[in-house]
Design a protein around this ligand. Structure first.
Ligand code: AMP
Ligand code: ZN
Length: 136
């Protein structure tokens, strides 16, 4: 379940060195080389799944439990003021490395980062239309 051309496969499986924070049979957690804030880390599955659409249910469950554990530990150790979990799927959503990863981003008061979006102003009808599309 590895892709020989994938840098995160190589990092997760130890073929390329990284600043690892945690490792088990299924995952490696590493520091991001281009961090948004101090301590920005990535959870990488050891198996290659391109994105959340390809992620098996079992790995999806495990990744959220690990994210919770890492968030608690990192918050204690870094004394950060908040925490973002970010996960991009597809080029248009900002994904640049096509091996599933979950960003763990400690946040600090006045850290100057803006992880966000411009809010649209949908009408009640537009909200209802989109609700129907998703649920029907
Ligand atoms: P995304 O845009 O969600 O695909 O995120 C890719 C992330 O991987 C970015 O935050 C990069 O800084 C980070 N990154 C890319 N290559 C490496 C690497 N070799 N080691 C650690 N982080 C990396
Ligand atoms: Zn991979």
């Amino acid at each position: 379940m590895r892709d020989d051309n994938c840098i995160f496969c190589k990092i997760a499986n130890g073929d390329i060195p990284s600043k690892a924070l945690y490792e088990d049979d299924d995952f490696k957690v590493i520091l991001d080389l281009g961090p948004a804030t101090k301590g920005h880390a990535l959870i990488l599955p050891k198996n290659h799944y391109a994105n959340i659409y390809k992620l098996p249910d079992e790995a999806a469950s495990k990744v959220m439990l690990l994210a919770k554990k890492m968030t608690i530990r990192m918050t204690e150790k870094l004394n950060c003021d908040g925490f973002n979990l970010v996960q991009n799927n597809g080029e248009d959503a900002g994904q640049t490395v096509f091996h599933f990863h979950l960003h763990l981003i400690p946040r600090y008061k006045n850290d100057g980062q803006t992880l966000g979006w411009k809010s649209m102003e949908p009408t009640p009808e537009e909200l209802e239309d989109i609700r129907k599309i998703i649920t029907e």
